[in-house]
Ligand binder design. Structure first.
Ligand code: URA
Length: 250
């Protein structure tokens, strides 16, 4: 019954927005395929992320939040998955609510879980240092993760956890309206695009995520494990800075 009501609510919601027609995936074929890699010169149009097709979030308390603060207050007691019972703190995200760049990592680690803030542990400190070295200040950007709660022993997020947590991230992005999103590491890219990726092929490239340019680079923890990747990561950040300055800065 719960599911039936959800479907009715969802269809009424679609009717309100789109009218009597039901648009199927086929209707949209060829338009805005989220996985097509665009040339960086084409990737300048930005559009708002819409939640209109998120059937399970429509009607929830947080779905209509108007600010990040309101959203955080409405979701920080979340127990949709088991991580809600094992976390110390919910790690919503941190930074400029009007940021033009949003960095997205995988999930909070031990230090993040203790402090309730993203990227404050060893990998986070490295990220902050390397960002600063190319001219990005942490306060001007926004940083968050695919998952808002720490997986035990920092294990990889489970697909169901990603599925349940991702609507929160989409809502954050809808409110922030960034000009570019930076996916840190394979888990972030794969979770955003629902597809397997090869980092070596994608790093430094710009993909399309709901018409928002999605820049891909390594996760800073990978640099701690393999310091040889640091130069490539710095090259990526420099090219991101260049793209950003040339293409997006007013
Ligand atoms: N790794 C992540 O992906 N996110 C954090 O917040 C910290 C480490």
């Amino acid at each position: 019954m719960e599911t039936k009501n959800k479907i009715i609510e969802f269809l009424n919601y679609l009717k309100e927005i789109y009218g009597e027609y039901i648009y199927t995936e086929e209707s949209f074929q060829g338009q805005n395929n989220p996985y097509i890699i665009k040339e960086s010169s084409q990737a300048f149009s930005t559009s708002q992320i819409s939640h209109s097709l998120d059937i399970f979030s429509i009607g929830t308390d947080w779905f209509s939040a108007k600010t990040l603060t309101e959203l955080e207050q409405k979701i920080n007691k979340c127990t949709k998955c088991n991580l809600g019972t094992t976390r110390t703190n919910f790690v919503f995200g941190d930074g400029n609510p009007k940021a033009e760049i949003v960095f997205v990592g995988e999930a909070p680690g031990e230090e993040e879980d203790i402090q309730g803030l993203p990227f404050v542990g060893k990998a986070g400190r490295l990220l902050t240092k390397l960002m600063k070295s190319v001219g990005f200040e942490r306060e001007e950007v926004y940083i968050c993760n695919i998952l808002k709660c720490r997986p035990p022993k920092n294990r990889k997020p489970l697909p169901t956890e990603v599925e349940l947590c991702k609507p929160y991230l989409l809502k954050q992005l809808e409110l922030i309206k960034p000009k570019i999103i930076v996916a840190l590491g394979a888990t972030a890219v794969e979770s955003l695009l629902n597809t397997k990726v090869k980092m070596a092929e994608l790093r430094g490239k710009i993909l399309n995520f709901y018409d928002i340019p999605l820049f891909v680079t390594y996760h800073p923890a990978a640099l701690l494990r393999t310091p040889g990747l640091t130069q490539e990561f710095l090259d990526d950040l420099k090219s991101l800075k260049e793209i950003f300055e040339k293409g997006f800065k007013k």
